[in-house]
Design a protein around this ligand. Structure first.
Ligand code: ADP
Ligand code: MG
Length: 233
């Protein structure tokens, strides 16, 4: 599903340069649930943003579902991004003046899906994350965990090939974090490919594989015995 080879990324700050990713290689198969770990500043978000086509690498190859992601213009990149990828962020990134249902259905609008069908799909996904009864509520009326579940419903509604989550539990208390991880595990069990950036060891243990970054390189990449989030709740 994902193949990256010898990926490099530097940022220029003034007249100096910060080499953040120094030759990253890995493959992700369909249906994997991978944690990307590393301390703050180790380049996790940089890597996820490149995988999410929100940023481009300086060097290296990236192939997503057999499509080489290279030298794409912004229109094409946006098209692939919408078609292939779903995003979940630490800060939820919901639109405050729109209801849960509207937040989930908005990306479908940009895909040209008609209003009635959009609402049906959005409602199905809200139901899937256990929030059908909350469809008419604004983000400000939802708890942190509920907001993240809306964000997950929104990401899934476009049926992405890969779900990318950057510190999805970073703003949540541990009980709520485990509830969100329980949902992520269930979605993965349905065959979805998911990458979760986290710096929390207990969250990483709920994935099926851990990739550890340090100083711009992968220092460990191993399959693990997944801890079920429900065993914590
Ligand atoms: P992580 O997500 O692991 O905390 P990041 O990928 O966000 O790490 O950042 C890696 C390093 O790159 C940090 O030192 C950060 O300050 C730097 N960095 C990230 N984005 C930029 C940017 N747009 N411009 C300059 N430096 C950046
Ligand atoms: Mg980060």
């Amino acid at each position: 599903m994902i193949s990256i080879k010898d990926l490099h990324k530097s940022y220029s700050i003034g007249n100096s340069s910060l080499h953040v990713l120094k030759g990253i290689n890995f493959e992700v198969e369909k249906g994997e649930l991978v944690a990307i770990m590393g301390s703050s500043g180790s380049g996790k978000s940089t890597l996820l943003n490149i995988l999410g086509m929100l940023d481009v690498a300086d060097e290296g190859d990236y192939i997503l579902d057999q499509v080489p992601i290279k030298n794409l213009n912004e229109t094409k990149a946006a098209k692939y991004r919408n078609q292939f990828l779903g995003f979940v962020f630490q800060s939820f990134n919901l639109i405050n003046y729109k209801t849960a249902l509207e937040n989930v259905s908005l990306p479908l609008y940009y895909q040209g899906i008609k209003r009635k069908e959009r609402q049906e799909i959005a409602m199905d996904y809200l139901d899937k994350v256990g929030l059908k009864e909350w469809s008419t509520h604004l983000p400000s009326e939802l708890s942190g965990g509920q907001k993240q579940r809306v964000a997950i419903a929104r990401a899934l509604a476009s049926k992405p090939k890969v779900l990318l989550a950057d510190e999805p539990t970073g703003a949540l208390d541990s009980t709520t974090s485990y509830e969100v991880m329980d949902l992520i595990q269930k979605i993965n069990e349905e065959g979805n490919t998911i990458l979760v950036v986290t710096h929390e060891e207990d969250i990483a243990q709920m994935c099926k594989r851990i990739v550890r970054l340090k100083d711009g390189v992968i220092i460990e990449d191993k399959k693990i015995n997944q801890v079920l989030a429900t065993s914590h709740v």
